[in-house]
Ligand binder design. Structure first.
Ligand code: SF4
Length: 88
């Protein structure tokens, strides 16, 4: 299956960048690999987990979805979590 077939799917609001974002960006934003939040953001739009397993395999998907490890990523995750809570 084509890697870019969901590229036009748009998430209404990226909690890290503060703007709408298409899957075209999110699937390769970390040195060519997907954002670790991609399942949370794009599950309402299509079966992201199936897509990731198809493209990367189970082990690599675990690494892709692992919690943030860098300082800046942790800060962004915290901010994203706070933004999500406000929207509840
Ligand atoms: S997957 Fe990552 S980059 Fe894309 S909208 Fe969600 S938080 Fe933003």
């Amino acid at each position: 299956m084509e890697k870019d077939r969901y590229d036009d799917q748009q998430h209404f609001w990226c909690p890290m960048l503060g703007q709408p974002m298409t899957f075209a960006y999110c699937r390769k934003m970390r040195e060519g690999k997907p954002c670790h939040r991609v399942v949370a953001c794009f599950s309402p739009h299509f079966d992201v987990e199936a897509y990731l397993k198809e493209q990367y395999g189970e082990e690599e998907v675990k690494q892709i979805l692992a919690p943030a490890s860098g300082r800046m990523e942790k800060i962004m995750d915290t901010l994203a979590g706070e933004t999500g809570k406000k929207g509840d």
